[in-house]
Design a protein around this ligand. Structure first.
Ligand SMILES: O=C(O)c1ccccc1N[C@@H]1O[C@H](COP(=O)(O)O)[C@@H](O)[C@H]1O
Length: 243
C-alpha cells in the first residue's frame, strides 16, 4: 500500500485567447469559459497544487497563444504542466522559459523520436510525454493523425528514460463518461514511470476510483469539463482524494 494521494491537475485549455473545453478533442466542439488567467487563478485559489495548461491553437497548428500562456504561468504560484505545440528546440526553449514545472510533448514523441530522446536526456523530469490514444493507436497533430502503437512507443520512451506519461483516452475526453481505468491499469503494468490520467472524469467517484490506482502508478488526474460544468468543486475534489 501507499499513502501517496492522487494529485489533481485542473485544466485550462486555451483556444483563440479563451479558456475552452472540447469534446473528443475535436476542433469546432469548443465551449468557451472566458479568460484563461481568471480560470487559472480560480483553480489556484481553490487549492490546486498543479495547473494543466494547454495551447490548443499550437496543438492544432492554427496559431498560438504563447504570450498569453506565458503570462498565465508567470501569474501562478503553483506548479504548471504546459503543453501544445512543443515540437522543436525553439518551442521547447520558449515553453521552459515561462517557468513552468514541466512540459508535455505529444506530436513530437511520434514524429521526432531522436529529438525527443535528446531532450529527455537534457531535461529529465521537466519533460513528460502525452500519450493521446484512440484504442491503442496514438494520435498527434491535434489528434487528427495516427502516430503508431501505444505500447511500442511506451517501450521506446521508457528505454530513453522518459520520466512520466500523461495518458489521454480521446474517446473519453470532454465527455463526462468516466475515465478509462482499464487503459490506465494496462499502461501502469507496462511501465514503472508515473502516469497522469486524462479524459472522462465526471464525478467524485471517478476521482476515488483513480485514487485506488495510485499504488499501480497513477500519480495524478487532469480534471477539465467536470469542473467547468460544476459537477463538483475543486475543493470537493481535493477533499475526495485527500485520504
Ligand atoms: O487537450 C485537448 O483537448 C487536446 C485536443 C487536441 C489536441 C491536443 C490536446 N491537448 C494536449 O496537447 C498536447 C499535444 O500537443 P502537441 O501534439 O505536442 O502539439 C498534449 O498534451 C495533448 O494532451
Amino acid at each position: 500500500m501507499t499513502d501517496r494521494k492522487l494529485e489533481l491537475l485542473p485544466a485550462v485549455d486555451v483556444r483563440d485567447g479563451q479558456a475552452v473545453r472540447l469534446v473528443h478533442g475535436e476542433s469546432g466542439s469548443e465551449t468557451s469559459y472566458g479568460d484563461p488567467l481568471a480560470a487559472a487563478l480560480a483553480w489556484q485559489r481553490a487549492g490546486a497544487e498543479w495547473l494543466h495548461l494547454v495551447d490548443l491553437d499550437a496543438a492544432f497548428g492554427t496559431g498560438d497563444n504563447r504570450a498569453q500562456i506565458a503570462e498565465v504561468v508567470r501569474s501562478m504560484d503553483i506548479k504548471v504542466e504546459l503543453s501544445g505545440g512543443i515540437r522543436d528546440d525553439a518551442s521547447l526553449a520558449a515553453a521552459l522559459a515561462t517557468g513552468c514545472t514541466r512540459v508535455n510533448l505529444g506530436t513530437a514523441a511520434l514524429e521526432s523520436p531522436e529529438w525527443v530522446a535528446r531532450v529527455i536526456a537534457e531535461h529529465g523530469d521537466r519533460i513528460a510525454v502525452g500519450l493521446d490514444v484512440r484504442g491503442t493507436t496514438l494520435r498527434g497533430r491535434g489528434w487528427t493523425r495516427d502516430g503508431g502503437d501505444l505500447y511500442e512507443t511506451l517501450a521506446r520512451l521508457d528505454a530513453e528514460g522518459c520520466a512520466r506519461y500523461v495518458v489521454t483516452d480521446i474517446a473519453k475526453d470532454g465527455t463526462l463518461q468516466g475515465p478509462n481505468l482499464e487503459l490506465l491499469r494496462t499502461v501502469c503494468a507496462r511501465t514503472d514511470r508515473p502516469v497522469v490520467a486524462s479524459g472522462g472524469v465526471s464525478s467524485l467517484d471517478d476521482l476515488r476510483a483513480l485514487a485506488t490506482l495510485v499504488p499501480e502508478g497513477v500519480e495524478g488526474a487532469i480534471v477539465g469539463k467536470a469542473l467547468y460544468a460544476k459537477a463538483f468543486t475543486l475543493e470537493e475534489a481535493l477533499e475526495a482524494v485527500s485520504a
